[in-house]
Design a protein. Sequence first.
Length: 301
Amino acid sequence: MAQPAKPLRILVGFPPGGGTDAIARTLSERLKDALGVPVVVDNRPGAGGQIAAQVLKAAPPDGTTVFLTHDHTISILPLVVKNPGYQPDHDFVPVAGFATFVNAFAVSGGTPAKDFDEYVQWVRTQGGGKGAVGIPAPASTPEFLVKLVGEKFQLDLVSAPYRGAAPMMADMLGNQIGAGVGSVQDFMENHKAGKLRVVAVLGTKRQAAMPQVPTFDELGLKGFADLPYYGFYAPAGTSQKFINQFAVALAEVVTAPEVRERLTAMGLTVGFMTPQQLGARERAYTETWRRIIKTSGFVPQ
């Protein structure tokens, strides 16, 4: 009697119900058919994906564990944490990428501003030039973006770190904080429902899911053409055979029209990346933010 195939575990560094978890479950449904093995999503939330990354490092490189993650865990955390417990270029191998996305600036429903210029004027008139902006995690890309936005538009903006996008969103929906910065997929549902307003996105192109929202490039904040990414990683030492099989399966899944449509609706720009392309994007993005973080004067904690 043939042994049943071992299930593939997809590690996710964020809790169920969040944007990354929704993406993982969308892909896992199709990957089980494309790979011909059971696929389970294993949520290991905490520390911006750091815990899940440490679990990946400890996992056997036998083709039964992959890590679905975005730029924060792979590119940013190693730059802002003295000892994150893993070194991406040493402990992991890129398997395949499937999307890029943008970070967005959103205002709460109780904020009178209808666009970014009105938000700037509101902070100047109502707050005396001072304002608090929610971010999903300390020492994250959104924190540095808040600083850069404040400098560019001559506002005294202070980051208010939360333990994830969900509690930040709860305070924004309750009008406990006037604005927030996070990934566009964190804001998408409530933006569409009119419960908050995304007033600017990073990058050089407007987003297909919200074409009316201008980019910061249009608003004068340049230098963010290199977009954050989503991809899969495996423990170092994983066989090339498995990596190739998984990459082929993922390419098949993300080119399916219904999957592409679902991911696009979440705020992603879908585009398959080979292991080599994902690795190159990771290195370029890391270097961009290494310069920004160094210039900011931030000292790794």
